[in-house]
Each structure stands twice: as structure tokens, then as C-alpha cells.
Design a binder for this molecule. Structure first.
Ligand SMILES: *Cc1c(COP(=O)(O)O)cnc(C)c1O
Length: 219
């Protein structure tokens, strides 16, 4: 078995059956993505629209592409025809645009609300109260061509496990609270370095990149 296959198997062995794996393929080649596809993986995450648009046409059409990075309103139109889930909805304006363009395309698009749980200023995301307001508008049918599938969050980049745990647990609490009014499927938390902690805190979908593909070379 080559390294990619070994890494993939190793991650799968650690995931409980109810946890979905989104393989984060950003910066990695279509050959590597194809190799992972051939090993059975179907859900892939990319964080840049441009990169996703270059890769998507070269790869099998039944890949479920998740956009996990910051999305600008003016770029939504490019991914609406094929994207499976937009995990990084960080504003009401963006969600309105997704719904508007999904209607034009004759489809609904699954979305996750990205909630800010980390301390870092650099990380995007809705506050808890903003997320609740959007959920209320969603219930009032303001984004009819979207399907609110759940929440996504990224913990602070730190060795302090306790802090990471607290951040994940806070999002799980919000997830449970919202689930009382709107049924949510997906709580997307956890990356290569913290997915086991995230799962212990209630995550049912992890976004794993470097632990499968190896470290990223940014050019
Ligand atoms: C890059 C990225 C990941 C994966 O990170 P790894 O540490 O390589 O597993 C997960 N989520 C988001 C939003 C990312 O941008």
C-alpha cells in the first residue's frame, strides 16, 4: 500500500461509523484526488473557488464537493451548478445570494452556517446570536432554495486541548439548541490535529486534509 492509501485507512480506522469524512484536497493534485476516489472516497473539500473550478471538470461527476473556505458573494455563481454543500456560510447576504442563484439553476443547495468559536480574529464566522437570527429567517422561508444541513466551526490553533474542547462543546450546545426548532444533520468540527477531540465533543463530520494527503506546499 502506498502512503496515501495507508493514511486514508488509518483515518478511517479512527472514525466511528456515524462520522462522515470530508477529505480536504486543497493544494493537492487531481491525480491524488483520483487515487483517493478509487479507494472509495466520494466527499472532498476545497477552500478556494478558483482551485475547485480547475479541478472539478477533470474528476468524476459523482464527487460531492464541499466548499469549506471563505466565499465571496460574487463567486457563488461559479459553483452553484455542481457544489454539494457550502460549509462556510458566514453572512445572511451570502445565504440570500446562494438561494437566489440556486433557484435560477433549478436546484437547492445544502449549507452549513460557519460559526466563530475560535479566539483568533483572523477566523471568519457568525456569532452565536447571528447564527440564531439566520436560523429564524430560514424557518420563515427566506432562503427557500437552500437546505440548512447544520453548523461548521474551527477551533483555535493551539496545543491547549482544554480550550479546543470548550470551543467544540460550545458549538455542540448551539447545535442542540437550534436542533430543537430546525432538524439539523451535520455538525462539522475537527481537522487533522483535533478530529478525535471534536468527535468526543459531538462532531459527526470531520474535515481532514494533511493527515491523509500529507503536508501542503503553498506556491
Ligand atoms: C485546510 C482546512 C481543513 C483541513 O486541515 P488539515 O489540518 O490539513 O486537516 C479543514 N477545514 C478547513 C476550513 C480548512 O481550510
Amino acid at each position: 500500500m502506498d502512503l496515501l492509501a495507508q493514511n486514508f485507512q488509518n483515518i478511517k480506522d479512527q472514525l466511528p461509523a456515524h462520522v462522515k469524512l470530508v477529505a480536504v484536497s486543497k493544494t493537492h493534485s487531481t491525480e491524488k484526488i483520483q487515487e483517493l476516489y478509487d479507494l472509495g472516497q466520494r466527499v472532498f473539500g476545497e477552500n478556494k473557488v478558483q482551485e475547485l473550478l480547475e479541478k472539478q471538470p477533470q474528476l468524476p461527476k459523482d464527487i460531492q464537493w464541499h466548499l469549506i473556505g471563505h466565499l465571496q458573494t460574487n463567486k457563488v455563481k461559479y459553483i452553484i451548478p455542481f457544489v454539494d454543500t457550502i460549509q462556510s456560510v458566514h453572512s445572511e447576504k451570502l445565504l440570500r445570494e446562494i438561494s437566489r442563484l440556486a433557484e435560477k439553476e433549478g436546484r437547492t443547495v445544502k449549507v452549513l452556517l460557519q460559526v466563530k468559536i475560535a479566539e483568533e480574529e483572523s477566523k471568519y464566522g457568525l456569532s452565536f446570536s447571528e447564527a440564531k437570527n439566520i436560523v429564524e429567517d430560514y424557518q420563515n422561508n427566506r432562503f427557500p432554495f437552500t437546505e440548512l444541513d447544520g453548523l461548521m466551526g474551527m477551533a483555535t490553533f493551539t496545543d491547549n486541548r482544554e480550550q479546543v474542547q470548550q470551543e467544540f462543546l460550545a458549538l455542540k450546545k448551539l447545535f442542540d439548541e437550534i436542533s430543537e426548532t430546525v432538524p439539523l444533520e451535520t455538525l462539522s468540527m475537527g481537522m487533522s490535529d483535533d478530529f478525535l477531540t471534536a468527535i468526543a465533543c459531538g462532531s459527526n463530520s470531520v474535515r481532514v486534509g494533511s493527515a491523509i494527503f500529507g503536508s501542503r506546499q503553498y506556491l
